[in-house]
Design a binder for this molecule. Structure first.
Ligand SMILES: Nc1ncnc2c1ncn2[C@@H]1O[C@H](COP(=O)(O)OP(=O)(O)OP(=O)(O)O)[C@@H](O)[C@H]1O
Ligand SMILES: [Mg+2]
Length: 321
């Protein structure tokens, strides 16, 4: 992925960036701009996801005073702001069909007029777009213009979710740790080994953004030389406890030569069930508190909580269902 970024950056190709939320689409778009001959010109990002149909034209192309009610002064659009540089269109699949048509025209003709204006402005711009959704599927469903898709698709980069690049997780964790220590003026040497295990095991639905937030929070709370598991959010700990449970069950299964299927996927954590039931919530909190205190040693936790290990395992498992 980084190699593709470097290769394509030097060209003027339009690029589609695909990736889940928080995988770094905007970071990559900016990187491409910074590596290009346009680096000293503007990089302008525009979120198409939040654009209303009425405002999209004016946001993209600008308007002249009096073009419509509320147009009290001339306004530059994003195309004009980004001229000679790079325009990054985020969530591009959300643009209305009409706006897609005017975008296509502008990209083809390389010139445009402000809404209500008469002066033609010529355009020298590189376009990078990002989408969560596969644009090919979108045009097959009639949601996106195929001709516009082909304009954008001169090059395409897929940014994998963090759970599919597990070997990168420790690298990012250390990177965010170092950065945050700098920001907060703290000296933390690294992570306790079980913390790295927990990170690698976790599914990171919010990807790099979530990873960064988790580490910023734990650095802020940390008063020791290492980040320890008790500083992590519950969802990371629960997924880990759950995996350990599955492993134990699996090993028991092998030992006892049982035929139960213990490897089936257990659904992700659902916290809403605790809110419905105050007693269960209190129990859950007590268990988590003790688990953290004993560094996730479930045998010790069971002794402190005065339940047998199997009961504790079952309770942890139930929280996942
Ligand atoms: N390569 C990277 N190195 C370090 N941090 C990164 C990298 N990529 C992303 N991040 C971190 O993740 C955050 C989210 O990245 P970004 O905004 O680019 O994601 P996105 O894919 O555009 O997400 P969304 O779809 O939600 O808009 C960034 O603010 C940054 O902190
Ligand atoms: Mg983004």
């Amino acid at each position: 992925m980084y190699r593709q970024v470097e290769i394509v950056a030097t060209t003027d190709y339009s690029i589609i960036l695909y990736g889940e939320s928080g995988t770094g689409k905007e970071v990559v778009a900016k990187k491409i701009h910074d590596l290009s001959h346009r680096k000293n010109k503007p990089f302008v990002a525009m979120d198409c996801g939040t654009l209303s149909k009425e405002l999209a034209g004016s946001e993209l192309f600008g308007h002249v005073k009096g073009a419509f009610t509320g147009a009290q002064a001339d306004k530059e659009g994003h195309f004009e702001m980004a001229n000679e540089g790079t325009l990054f269109l985020d969530e591009v699949a959300n643009l209305s069909y009409d706006i897609q048509a005017s975008l296509l025209r502008v990209i083809q003709e390389r010139k445009f007029k402000r809404v209500g204006g008469t002066k033609e402005i010529s355009l020298d711009i590189r376009i990078i777009v990002a989408s969560n959704e596969n644009l090919q599927d979108a045009y097959r469903k009639g949601k996106f213009r195929e001709d516009l898709y082909h304009r954008f698709n001169e090059f395409c980069i897929y940014l994998p979710p963090l759970r599919q690049r597990k070997e990168d997780i420790p690298l990012f964790a250390n990177f965010f740790l170092k950065n945050t220590c700098g920001e907060l003026n703290k000296e933390i040497k690294g992570f306790a080994p079980d913390v790295i295990d927990m990170f690698v095991n976790y599914s990171w639905p919010g990807n790099l953004r979530e990873c960064r937030n988790v580490i910023r929070r734990s650095v802020l709370l940390c008063n020791d030389a290492l980040i320890t598991a008790n500083l992590l959010p519950t969802e990371i700990i629960l997924q880990y406890a759950n995996k350990e449970y599955q492993n134990d069950q699996h090993q028991n299964g092998v030992r006892d030569n049982q035929h139960n299927n213990h490897t089936e996927n257990i659904p992700l954590v659902r916290k809403d069930i605790f809110l419905k039931d105050t007693a269960a919530k209190a129990e859950y909190e007590a268990i988590m508190k003790v688990l953290k205190e004993v560094n996730f040693n479930k045998t010790k936790a069971a002794i402190i909580l005065n339940v047998d290990r199997k009961t504790l395992y079952n309770k942890i498992k139930n929280y996942e269902n």
